[in-house]
Design a binder for this molecule. Structure first.
Ligand code: ADP
Ligand code: MG
Length: 360
């Protein structure tokens, strides 16, 4: 089932939580809503679910306007961050809940709940109480409960947020398989970009009640369309400079920016991701962006497979952060330690012009 969100706005008192949000989710897509806390993700999800109603705009499912319909009249399954299981009920009865409410005959409830418990790999645990399960198991019960009514749309609000890292990774891979097997349309809220990028077919980045960008994980990561998306997707080096005649300059290195061909120079920002900078022994290194920059190492931190190097380009006060795969770092002909002179070569750089018409 496809979902079309058209120009939705929603305020709580004087606070505008959603500002003219439009979003299309194709049938069968697993879409991640990504954004900082307070950006309106939960509000948007609750409106799609029919648990909250917009002040303006409409929602369609498969072309049918369902804006006025309450959650119970929509074929939607919902999983919240906190398990929200009924504590006094067994696992079996938790999963059966939606079916009992819909007066499904008892024999059919048993068949369906057992099938669901198998699907979420909890067969044989139907008699337990939620308190007798681990966090990951409880969240799978919540998922089975949401799936019991055979929803066409599954909405998940940070479903793995409260779990530890290892369980999260397992559950997200498993959720991806489940989504594909069942063939639902799923919208998944997270503030964890790794989770969004690993799981989703499409990613939507939200900020201050608006959508900053929608695209595949590759599109969003490789071609962030606003400075916010760029910042949000990782620690980046940001430089304030100017652009003119289709080029910006970063420490004298020209960076093409054909979108601004004008002779009159304009303020611009240059963004460089730490993993898109290369470090080598001092001396000029040429690549398609021109040449390298002479710098000195200020600090080195190893964090597992990545060695993070803070440098200071000669003649500059601003630190430049470079991420080197630790393997690569070992193979360098220089020792990465404070004081070492190096050459820094950007493999990639992005230019943004601050203003209403941001573009790359
Ligand atoms: P997110 O899920 O991205 O963290 P939310 O959609 O929960 O963001 O909230 C967006 C903003 O709207 C927040 O600033 C929050 O305080 C506010 N908000 C959300 N729900 C309500 C509500 N029922 N009453 C008042 N303010 C709310
Ligand atoms: Mg939220």
């Amino acid at each position: 089932m496809s979902i079309h969100v058209r120009s939705i706005s929603k305020s709580f008192g004087s606070f505008q939580a959603l500002d003219d949000v439009s979003l299309d989710v194709a049938a069968g897509t697993l879409l991640a809503l990504l954004g900082p806390s307070g950006s309106g993700k939960t509000t948007l999800l609750r409106i799609i679910a029919g648990l909250e109603f917009p002040d303006a705009g409409s929602i369609e499912e498969d072309g049918e306007d369902i804006t006025e319909r309450h959650a119970r009249q929509r074929e939607v399954g919902f999983v919240f961050q906190h398990y929200a299981l009924f504590r006094h009920m067994s696992v079996f009865e938790n999963v059966a809940f939606g079916l009992r409410v819909r007066k499904v005959p008892s024999a059919e409830v048993t068949t369906r709940v057992e099938e669901l418990l198998r699907l979420v790999r909890l067969e044989g645990l139907g008699g337990r109480k939620p308190s007798q399960l681990s966090g990951g198991q409880r969240q799978r019960v919540a998922l089975a409960r949401a799936l019991a009514i055979r929803p066409k749309i599954l909405l998940l609000d940070e479903p793995f947020g409260a779990l530890d890292a290892k369980v999260r990774v397992e559950l997200r891979q498993w959720l991806r398989r489940l989504h594909d097997e069942i063939g639902m349309t799923s919208v998944f809220v997270t503030h964890d970009q790794e989770e969004a990028f690993e799981l989703a077919d499409e990613v939507v980045v939200m900020n201050h009640g608006k959508i900053e960008q929608q695209g595949t994980p590759d599109e969003v990561f490789d071609r962030p369309s606003t400075p916010f998306v760029m910042d949000f997707l990782g620690n980046v080096n940001v430089y304030h400079g100017r652009v003119e005649n289709g080029r910006a300059f970063w420490h004298g290195i020209p960076i093409d920016y054909p979108a601004y061909p004008h002779a009159q120079s304009r303020e611009a920002r240059v963004y460089l991701r730490p993993h898109e900078l290369e470090i080598s022994p001092p001396g000029a290194v040429a690549n398609r962006l021109g040449t390298s920059l002479a710098a000195s190492i200020v600090r080195v931190t190893r964090s597992g497979p990545i060695t993070r190097v803070a440098c200071r380009p000669h003649g500059s006060e601003q630190e430049l952060h470079v991420d080197v795969p630790t393997e690569t770092a070992r193979g360098l002909q220089i020792t990465l330690e404070p004081g070492t002179h190096v050459a820094i070569t950007p493999r990639n750089a992005r230019v943004f012009i601050p203003g209403p018409e941001y573009s790359i």
